[in-house]
Design a protein around this ligand. Sequence first.
Ligand code: HEC
Length: 136
Amino acid sequence: MMRKAIVIGVLSVSVFAGVYTRADRVKDMQTMAQAMNDIESGFFFNDKQKVIKGALKLSDTIRHVRPPLEDKEEKNPMMRYMNEKVKFSNKIVKKIDRKAETIIERFQDGDVSEALQAYKKIMSSCMECHAKIRKW
Ligand code: HEC
């Protein structure tokens, strides 16, 4: 009885938190690099579908990005949310997600220059995170 309760407890915690490993993150990073290439070539070829597809892929993927499980577990669960890495990641993830939306909206409106601005901001956010936490 006791054991069953513990197993259920552990399962629900891992489902809730989502098990995100370093390997998952590397895979997401590669997907995002591809998405950025698609957006860029969509700009060059004025291919709306390609821009939108790339931005949606980017948005889908960036939402998963967080410090991997190994990093999160170095502190107890309450401290985890105070963890600087988690806070920093969440902030930058939200920013990239918002800008991906801007790309879609602006490009659809024919405002290429605003779409390009948003693309550049995403690019700097990628690099900002890399400069700060790539070695974490
Ligand atoms: C929240 C922080 C963060 C953000 C935001 C971020 N990255 Fe990364 N990125 C990392 C970390 C950390 C690594 C090192 C991966 C590892 O070894 O775990 C990495 C590695 C990579 C790699 C190399 C993957 C490999 O095969 O080794 C690529 C490519 C990459 N990022 C692309 C991007 C792109 C494109 C963006 C923006 C759309 C982006 N990253 C945004 C943290 C971030």
